[in-house]
Design a protein around this ligand. Structure first.
Ligand SMILES: [Zn+2]
Length: 344
């Protein structure tokens, strides 16, 4: 069978399905590609765009796209007139109707260097309802030879009327085992780490949340050191709320939390993964862990914090995480959280 979309790792069923459609010349004119952040939505969209324009698309013994011809290379370099990517402007919170109208006008001009004109809209859920309605008009009566791809992590926020006119594809994150396998297949240092310190490799895999790009970035030594120290900080916080610890321990553990919003948000996310492990393991001892590499430590911490407190703390951190994204004052937020989670 022909190999499709080799730059996208995993997602085999999707790759074969869409690749065969392209080969058969039965390309739908619009797609909704949904999947968590980091699951390869843009890579998939770029691979589809390259496949439709690849100079070797007719040669069944070549992977599709070939990745080497002039068209493929220029599409990878975002330097191909007939493939356009629309993103939210950096100074705006949404994608308004104006850029969609411009795109729509462009869709009715003929392609300049290929058979297809391709439009990729990243974070499509950020389109205002007005923008989505403007796009809907094209989807109802699309010009021939155009392909529109809407990328989103939250398909619920796309109008149902749009969703009913596009073909759905979803990209998935990897399980820890798959991620470790792909990482080792692609990186010498990951293979080495697997032999020398498998625990460290495991920590990297678990911190990557199923994202290969993130795991590869964490293989970088500096990033790995940051990741390790963040994990230690979080572990210190969790240990500090055990029954019998003093207030001081929690205050001092919480005092190392970063003061920049984005960094704090990341740490709170990590703390939530750790707490989620503690809660989950009480229900299902075989559950997949997101943070802890040692089940024993996880069980012992969970026991010593206690059921009720664990839920209270989890709740408090959830709220703090939510407030953090809503522009709440960062130092007040940490102070309040500390008061809520310290041992009673
Ligand atoms: Zn090519």
């Amino acid at each position: 069978m022909r190999e499709y979309f080799t730059r996208l790792v995993g997602n085999d069923e999707t790759k074969n399905r869409i690749g065969s459609l392209i080969d058969a010349g039965r390309m739908p004119h619009a797609f909704l590609i949904s999947g968590a952040s980091g699951s390869g939505k843009m890579t998939l969209a770029t691979e589809i765009a390259a496949s439709l324009n690849c100079e070797r698309r007719g040669e069944s013994n070549s992977p599709l796209p070939c990745g080497k011809c002039d068209a493929c290379r220029r599409i990878y370099e975002s330097n191909f007139t007939d493939v356009k990517v629309l993103r939210k402007p950096t100074d705006r919170a949404t994608i308004g109707v104006e850029p969609i109208k411009l795109l729509r006008e462009d869709m009715f001009l003929s392609a300049t260097e290929s058979d297809y004109k391709i439009y990729i809209i990243d974070d499509a859920e950020l389109m205002t309802p007005e923008a989505q309605n403007a796009l809907l008009k094209v989807l109802e009566e699309p010009p021939t030879e155009i392909v529109i791809m809407l990328l989103t992590a939250t398909p619920d926020k796309i109008l149902t009327t749009i969703k009913s006119r596009v073909q759905h594809i979803s990209t998935t994150l990897f399980t820890d085992a798959e991620l470790e396998e792909h990482l080792c297949a692609r990186s010498d240092s990951a293979r080495m780490l697997k032999n020398t310190s498998p625990d460290k490799l495991r920590a990297i895999v678990m911190s990557s949340g199923g994202r290969l790009g993130e795991a590869e970035a964490l293989m970088d030594r500096k990033r790995a050191a940051v990741c390790e120290s963040e994990r230690e900080d979080v572990l210190r916080i969790v240990r500090s709320v055990r029954h019998g610890s003093g207030y001081g321990e929690t205050y001092s553990a919480m005092s190392v939390l970063p003061t920049k919003r984005a960094e704090l948000s990341r740490m709170l996310e990590l703390l939530l993964s750790a707490l989620r492990d503690l809660v989950t393991l009480r229900h299902s001892p075989e559950a997949r862990l997101l943070f802890f590499t040692s089940r024993e430590e996880c069980i012992s911490l969970s026991d010593s914090i206690g059921w009720r407190r664990l839920y209270e703390i989890y709740d408090a951190v959830c709220k703090a995480y939510e407030y953090c994204s809503m522009n709440a004052n960062v130092s007040n937020l940490v102070a309040n959280l500390t008061a809520q989670i310290r041992p009673v």
